[in-house]
Write a protein that binds this ligand. Sequence first.
Ligand code: SAM
Ligand code: DTB
Ligand code: SF4
Length: 313
Amino acid sequence: MQLTHVDAAAVRAIYERPFPELAFAAMSAHREAFDPLAIQRSTLLSVKTGGCSEDCGYCAQSARRTTHVRPEPLAEIEEVVAAARAAKDGGATRFCMGAAWRGVKDGAPFERVLAMVRAVNELGLESCVTLGSLQPHQAEALRDAGLHYYNHNLDTSREYYPQVVSTHDYDDRLATLSHARSAGLKLCCGGIVGMGESRDDRIALIAELAAMESPPESVPVNLLVPIEGTPLAARASFDPIELMRTIATLRIVLPLSHIRLAAGRAEMSVELQTLCFLLGANSIFSGDRLLTTENAALDSDAALFAALGMYAE
Ligand code: SAM
Ligand code: DTB
Ligand code: SF4
C-alpha cells in the first residue's frame, strides 16, 4: 500500500488501530516490499566525541553538562579504517560516523571527514555520517566524496522539540535534510521515543517523515538511552506497546524505507525486539558500542537471529 496523503489524522487512524489489525497491516506491508527474514546492520563510530555547543536534553555529548563522556578530538583516518574493517568483519554493511558538532565548518576537519568517507567506501561498505547542520555546498562535497547516507534526525514533533533543545530549531533540522536531499544523498532520519513526549508527538513525528516530498530511505527509532548528568536522565520507563505502535505505523506509512530498531536495544528483552522485527523493523545497529554507550552484544544478536531463523542482509 502506497499512501498518497499522509497527515497527522491519517497517521493517528493507523497508530490507534486495535493492535491485531495494526500488526496484520504492518506485517503485510513489510512482506510486500521486503524479505521479512532479512535484517540490515549498520555499525557506529564516534569520530569526534563530546564538547558540543548544543544543549540537546538527551545527549551525553553537550559541553553544558557533566556526563561520562571525555571529549576527544577528531579521529585519525587510520583509526576509522581499523574500526570500519572490524565492522565489516562483524557483518555490517554500513558504517556510520558521528561527530558531536552543531554543524559542519569548512576547513581541515571537514576535509578529513571527506577522506574518512572515501576510505570507508574503499572497503566496500556503505558510508553514513552525522555531523549536525549542513550547508548546500557541504552536502555536495559529501556527495562528491561518495557518501551514501546523511543521518540527521528530527528526533520528535515540532511542538515538543523546544522542550528538548533550545540552541537550534526544527526548521534548522528540516533545512539540513533538504540540502542533503538536493545534493542527491540518501537520508537517514528518525527520532527518539521515551523522552516524555506524548503519543501526539510520536504521531506528529511520523506524519512529518511521511509527508516529506522524498521520505528518508532509513528511519532510526531510538529508545532514549538515559544518560546520567542530562536533563532526561531520570526518564520513567517507556511503554513497550507505544514503541511497537510507532514501528508498525512507520512500516505502513513508509513501506519502502528501512526502519531501524536503533539505540536502546541493550535494554530491550528478546521478546520486545522480536515483536518489533515482526512488525517491520528491518535494520539494527550492530557492534558493541553506539556512540558513547554500550549496544546489544554481537553474540547475543547472532543467537537471537539464529533462534528466529532470520539473517543479516
Ligand atoms: N550532532 C549531530 C546531530 O545532533 O545531528 C550528530 C550526532 S547526534 C548524537 C545523533 C542522534 O543520536 C541524535 O539526533 C539522536 O537521535 C541520537 N541520540 C543521541 N543521544 C541519544 C540518547 N541518549 N538516546 C537515544 N538517542 C540518542
Ligand atoms: C541514530 O539515530 N542513533 C545513533 C546514530 N543515529 C548517530 C546514535 C545513538 C546514540 C545513543 C547514545 C550514545 O551512545 O551516546
Ligand atoms: Fe551536539 Fe548532536 Fe548531542 Fe545535540 S545531539 S548535543 S547537536 S552531539
